[in-house]
Design a binder for this molecule. Sequence first.
Ligand SMILES: [Zn+2]
Length: 214
Amino acid sequence: MPRGVYKRTKAVWNKGLNKEIEPRLRHSPETRKQMSESHKGKTLSTKYRRRISKALKGRSKETHEYIAILADKRKGHPVSNETRRKISDSLKGRILWNKGMFRAGLTPWNKGFTKENHPSLAKMGEKETGDRNVAWKGDEASYSCIHKWVRKNKTKPKNCEQCGEKKKRLELSNTSGEYKRDVDDYRYLCIKCHKAYDCGLLPFKRRQLILKVW
Ligand SMILES: [Zn+2]
C-alpha cells in the first residue's frame, strides 16, 4: 500500500471508547482463550515486564489462592541469594503466626471423640503421617532439644497412652503445650492420637484449615 495517499476523513470508530462502554472492544471467551494459548511459552522483555508491574501496582490481588498459584508456578526454580536476603529482610520483626497459640489447660476439641463417632478423626486415620504436617509445630530446632531429654528420661511404653492400642511407632506428645522439662508433661502417643491431640490445641479456624489439607 503506497504511503501518504490516503487521508483520514472520519475519526477512528473506536476513538474515545473503552471496553467498559463499548461491547465491540471486549474479547469473547473463545478469543481470550486463543490469545492466552498464543502467548504461552513466550518470555516478555524486561521493559514490558516493568510496564506490567507498574500497571498492577497497588492492586489487592494477593489473595491466598493467588499466592498459592504463584508459588506453584515457582516450584523447581532456584531462588538467588540476593532474593533470599530480600525476603529475609522483609520478614524481620514479624510476629510468628503461632505465637501464644499453645495454652495450658485448654481442652482438646477431640476429647471424648473417637474415629467411630467423629468424621474428622476417621479422616485423620486414613491419611499417612509425614513431614507434611510440620506446619504447626513451629520452630523444630527448639523442641528437638527438650524432646531428646524427655526420650532419655521417660520410658517408652508399648501401647499408646491415649487409645491404649499396641503400636510399633509411638511419638512423644506434649500435654500442656508448654514443652516443660518434665516427663509428666509428655505422653507417648500413636501417630493418630498425636495428630488428633495437637490439632485439638489449635484455634478453631486453623484446625479447620489443617483438616481440609488432610
Ligand atoms: Zn493412640
